[in-house]
Design a protein. Structure first.
Length: 332
């Protein structure tokens, strides 16, 4: 009997979950982004321009879905530029429903509107004047209250690029109301380490979060570097977001997960493009399998020992060039 961790049913859809356009500080229009990502084999892009939520239904068709959200920044020094040294929280707030436009807890006097955000906000932004904030606070307790309101308003929240953000353990381990940690950020990954260490630290603190990946693209050069593979019933906004909320996905910059399931007393990983398959638990439990032919479909089997895993396990794939893919953590 098999217990599937990645669902047996459905199709994998390739999605960039972090994207910027000329609506904020990106260099490409929405239409240019769609065309480029379709040429790279993507099925969907989540448009997350800075500080303003807009819908993009006009970009959707039978072969492409435009998800939408927005990225908010909470700076240590509200008036200062992030520059080289200032720590900052960045969160992607992704609308669970395609019809959602209202921005909760809107920062009415935000001095940090990136690029063209202020212009688009004035013409198309939607917020409730009775649900605004006058400032932000670089404080975990305040941020948790803010994120709680965002989550209750119908958004899935991801914590973005902790390495780039210059965040320490004390900044993020106490965060609540998150859905995901950005484990792969394509643009930042060219210069910084992946967020997998941050993800592990939050998991060990008892946070049941999924992993997410996106390009954080501002230019064409940053496109196609890191993606989220969502296994959903159909290529629609509703189906993609439902699967993403369930955690039916993995993240990659190269290798592919084909199947991940438990069969009796073994954990089975079927993959393509991987040279090594690494099983990790909550503690020091590690087991590695090497695949003879990474270009073909491969299979790695591990003894299923939950008493050694701890509270959860996760799986990493590594190809011959060092590119990786990460499953989410599966809590036992």
């Amino acid at each position: 009997m098999k217990q599937y961790f990645l669902p047996k049913q459905g199709n994998f859809y390739k999605v960039n979950m972090h994207c910027h356009t000329t609506i904020s500080d990106g260099k490409q229009t929405r239409e240019e982004v769609k065309a480029l990502y379709q040429s790279l084999g993507y099925d969907a892009v989540c448009f997350t321009d800075h500080e303003v939520l807009l819908g993009h239904e006009d970009l959707c068709d039978e072969s492409f879905v435009a998800l939408h959200g927005y990225e908010v920044a909470i700076k240590q020094n509200l008036e200062g530029h992030t520059g080289y040294f200032q720590p900052v929280y960045h969160f992607n707030l992704i609308a669970k429903e395609q019809s959602k436009r209202m921005m909760p807890r809107f920062f009415l006097t935000n001095p940090s509107m990136a690029g063209n955000s202020a212009k688009w906000l004035e013409s198309d932004g939607v917020y409730d004047p009775n649900d605004v904030i006058e400032t932000t606070h670089y404080d975990v307790e305040w941020i948790n209250g803010y994120l709680k309101a965002i989550s209750e308003a119908g958004f899935l929240i991801s914590y973005n690029h902790p390495e780039w953000s210059l965040q320490n353990l004390s900044d993020y381990v106490g965060l609540e109301h998150l859905h995901a940690v950005e484990v792969i950020n394509g643009d930042c990954g060219q210069y910084f380490e992946h967020g997998i260490i941050c993800y592990d630290q939050m998991l060990r603190a008892g946070k049941q979060l999924i992993a997410v990946a996106g390009d954080d693209n501002h230019t064409a050069k940053s496109c196609g570097l890191g993606w989220t593979m969502i296994k959903a019933e159909a290529l629609t906004y509703e189906a993609l977001m439902a699967a993403y909320e369930r955690g039916d996905c993995y993240v990659s910059e190269g290798p592919e997960f084909l199947e991940l399931f438990r069969e009796d007393d073994e954990l089975v990983v079927r993959t393509k493009g991987a040279e090594r398959v690494l099983l990790r638990g909550e503690g020091r439990y590690r087991h590695l399998r090497k695949l003879e032919n990474p270009t073909a479909i491969g299979e790695a089997r591990f003894a299923y020992h939950p008493e050694q895993f701890g509270r959860y396990f996760r799986v990493e794939l590594i190809d011959g060039h060092g590119k990786k893919a990460f499953s989410r953590a599966y809590f036992i």
